[in-house]
Design a binder for this molecule. Structure first.
Ligand code: ADP
Ligand code: MG
Length: 774
């Protein structure tokens, strides 16, 4: 029995999910009879249910074509002429289920088949199309013993070798017959004196056929710039081209751009034209631009994607602006006192950002602000100052940190200052149990706890605030928008301050947090001495140990960090504790080695941390739990084992744990000799710069945005065409256009804008809903 949930729409129609439609063999245009039955009412399609092997669209592709509306881009791909169940299944593997999915499957690259080249003119590196006659073809063996199928092809001007590795020799010999004439395409390589084409595409001339006839009879594959689509096993490039051509031909006329034409930059073709050009580039198109995704057509599509994303963010931001929030008053009661207590002056950047926060807090709308600042730039202090403003107004503050250790560290710092002002600061951790927990929850509920610090434990159901006025989220990208929303619901529209230590490149920040206002702490507290960073291979380990001894001898302390081993805490623990033992007994018998790992409970961790802070031991071996937050100015050496396993931004965070005092600090990235060239290049970035933004940018380039932040949890849109690295300027343009549009018509109520709104919901529906919560 096939069950599906169907929804009754406003006009009393029912939308049937595609899957069900497919199972029933229904196509657009079918109708139903409705009859009374025992269990309720049964609806039966009038049209006989098609047997799976019959493809209804091939039966009457015409009428299907005629009945298409905008919505019908959601038609299942199996109804397209020439797509049977088997091909449909293969396409589904590439996530192509609907016509729309297909239309947005853009070519990976393009091949210039506008004209045939003479074999003598082929140059290495060129992607070339040529015709010729097979002179010889057989299996040969390389010096290394690999079997290779090799064919020699000739035209009037010269010869060239075609090669296949791992080919089915029997089948190859049957097709590659001496004397056969064909059109070949592929990339030209040079090996010594010999030019070769590996795994060329081939189109054979029928016996006695004319070359010209072949070329003209197959316009999809010859005589033009042809698209090369991403494939999945079992689908041939030619099949893909045929399918895509059909989809484009039949459905393109139904495409309308929802972006109002006055908002589209004038240098871009309209949406329909752009889609057409991307799949079927015009003869005069620039091949390099096509391959770089830089043609006006590509850019127009990217603009369209950015526009709708930014429009969603703009709407959300506007919604927040309209919300009623708390208008705090600044009495300076506690903030002034804290400034007086501090042994240093606030930096100019800290003061500027604080002024921005103050403005937001005084406004009668909820603050939604992101504070971005490199490790050690002094964000905690800024957050504390904001917290004190809320406290001055008799509101409570919740501070959420991504890890227990960081929450504890924050608690330490904040408790130290607030204690001196008589303000109660409460730490909530996962380990808090029984009576202690009940008491803590009680003090939060009755308002005696003025500032509450914790991990996501802070937003658990049981935590109830008497009067929450400000939520601070440290390290936003680890939480994502959902938590932001829940935290917000713990109070009556409290202000939200998001802090991020990972310097997010501007374009990425705009994409992710476009609905937040941005403040940047772009200045370090004075007197910091640059950290010297070195990549060490295993052979230099003795040198590393000498250096550690020397640093400890002059009174300094050392961190040794171990990465997560295969995601397993157990293994991680083993590696770290074995290392600690080895260092203590074999390497530094005269020094004191401590161990900190993720399996310790908060009390144990706390004990280790505070004994390290008070110099009870010299070397702290730790798993990545100290990634953020630890503040021990006397520590001057950071050793990171298996550094290649960390992301650059993570390495930067770890490195930020040293260089906090007056002494020169060192960061040693230990790595094995088996590092790839790219891997080494990556680590060398750390040697060359201490600028978190540059490191983040390099990291982003190497790993891609999804990996950089962890796409899913960050709510990062996966754009189909747009690329936030490549199309940064375009993103800014789209953002301006979206915000301008809302300025003209804040609710998109004008009739011209209705399609924009519909399209917005259709495209980003679920995502936007999610984003809207925050
Ligand atoms: P972040 O959270 O941005 O990584 P922290 O807030 O932990 O940085 O600050 C790092 C260190 O710098 C802390 O020891 C803090 O006390 C100190 N600090 C903060 N602001 C200043 C300042 N204006 N001048 C000197 N030191 C500062
Ligand atoms: Mg911090």
């Amino acid at each position: 029995m096939c069950m599906a949930t169907v929804k009754l729409a406003e006009n009393n129609s029912i939308t049937i999910p595609h899957e069900l439609l497919k199972k029933l063999g229904l196509v657009p245009g079918d109708s139903f009879t409705v009859e009374e039955a025992d269990g309720g009412i049964i609806a039966r399609p009038v049209r006989p249910v098609a047997t799976p092997s019959v493809n209804p669209a091939t039966v009457d592709g015409k009428s299907l074509k005629d009945s298409i509306s905008r919505k019908n881009l959601e038609v299942g791909i199996q109804y397209i002429k020439g797509i049977g169940p088997k091909l449909a299944e293969l396409l589904e593997k590439k996530e192509i289920r609907t016509v729309e999915d297909a239309l947005f499957l853009l070519p990976l690259r393009y091949e210039d088949r506008r004209r045939l080249l003479s074999i003598s003119s082929l140059c290495p590196g060129q992607s070339a199309v040529f015709s010729g006659t097979v002179l010889s073809a057989d299996v040969t063996a390389t010096k290394g013993g690999r079997r290779v199928f090799e064919a020699l092809v000739r035209d009037d001007s010269g010869t060239i070798v075609c090669k296949w590795f791992h080919a089915n020799a029997v089948w190859m010999k049957r097709t590659w017959k001496v004397g056969r004439v064909g059109v070949f395409s592929g990339e030209v390589n040079q090996f010594g004196y010999q030019r070769e084409v590996h795994h060329p595409d081939v189109e054979w001339l029928p016996e006695g056929g004319q070359l010209q006839t072949l070329l003209e009879s197959d316009p999809a594959n010859f005589g033009r710039i042809v698209p090369v689509y991403p494939l999945t096993e079992g689908i041939h490039q030619k099949t893909m081209r045929r399918v895509m051509r059909e989809v484009v031909d039949v459905f393109l006329p139904n495409i309308v751009s929802a972006v109002p034409s006055e908002l589209l930059p004038s240098e871009f073709p309209n949406f329909r034209e752009a889609l057409s050009q991307v799949h079927t580039p015009p003869p005069e198109a620039d091949l390099a631009d096509l391959n770089a995704g830089a043609t006006p057509a590509h850019q127009a599509l990217a603009f369209d994607e950015f526009f709708f994303w930014e429009l969603g963010l703009a709407l959300k931001k506007q919604g927040v602006l309209k919300e009623e929030g708390i208008a705090f008053q600044v009495s300076h009661r506690y903030t002034k006192e804290l400034v007086r207590l501090l042994p240093f002056e606030l930096t100019t950047a800290q003061r500027r950002v604080l002024a921005e926060i103050k403005n937001d807090m005084m406004a009668p709308h909820p603050m939604h602000r992101l504070v971005q600042g490199d490790v050690g730039s002094g964000k905690t202090l800024v957050a504390l100052m904001a917290a004190l403003i809320a406290v001055e107004n008799d509101y409570q503050v919740a501070i959420m940190a991504p890890t227990e250790i960081l929450a504890e560290q924050h608690w330490h710092t904040i408790h130290r200052w607030c204690g001196r002002m008589g303000l109660e600061v409460t730490l909530i951790t996962a380990g808090l149990k029984g009576k202690a927990k009940k008491e803590a929850l009680g003090r939060i509920a009755d308002g005696s706890a003025r500032i509450v610090i914790g991990t996501h434990a802070v937003i658990q159901e049981k935590v109830e605030f008497a009067k929450l006025g400000l939520g601070v989220i440290d390290e936003q990208h680890r939480f994502g928008v959902l938590q932001r929303g829940i935290l917000k619901k713990k109070g009556a529209n409290p202000d939200i301050l998001v802090m991020t230590a990972t310097p997010i490149p501007r374009t990425l920040a705009m994409t992710l947090f476009g609905d937040l206002d941005l403040s940047v702490i772009d200045e370090m507290p004075p007197g910091r001495i640059p950290i010297e960073t070195k990549v060490f291979f295993e052979s230099r380990r003795p040198q590393l140990y000498d250096m550690i001894r020397e640093q400890v001898r002059s009174g300094r302390q050392v961190y040794v960090i171990y990465p997560l081993v295969e995601e397993s805490e157990k293994m991680e623990l083993k590696a770290a504790s074995q290392m600690a033992e080895h260092l203590q007994t074999d390497v530094f018998p005269g020094l004191r080695v401590g161990l900190l790992h993720g399996r310790m409970n908060p009390v144990e961790k706390e004990a280790v941390m505070s004994s390290f802070t008070s110099r009870d031991f010299d070397i702290l071996v730790s798993t990545t739990v100290i990634e953020v937050g630890i503040d021990v100015p006397n520590a001057t050496v950071m050793v990171i084992e298996h550094a290649e396993r960390f992301g650059l931004s993570q390495l930067h965070q770890l490195r930020g744990r040293v260089g906090r005092g007056k002494e020169k600090s060192y960061c040693i990235l230990m790595t094995s000799g088996t590092l790839s060239e790219d891997g080494e290049k990556r680590l060398r970035v750390m040697e060359s710069t201490s600028d978190g933004f540059r490191i983040a940018e390099a990291d982003l380039e190497i790993r891609g945005p999804g990996d950089f932040l962890g796409t899913r949890q960050a709510g990062m849109p996966d754009f189909r065409v747009a690329n936030i690295l490549r199309d940064g300027t375009l993103l800014e343009k789209a953002r301006r256009a979206a915000f301008d549009l809302l300025e003209q018509d804040p609710e998109l109520k004008g009739s011209v804008y209705v399609p924009v709104y519909d399209e917005l919901l259709r495209r980003w529906g679920k995502r936007l809903e999610l984003a809207m919560i925050g």
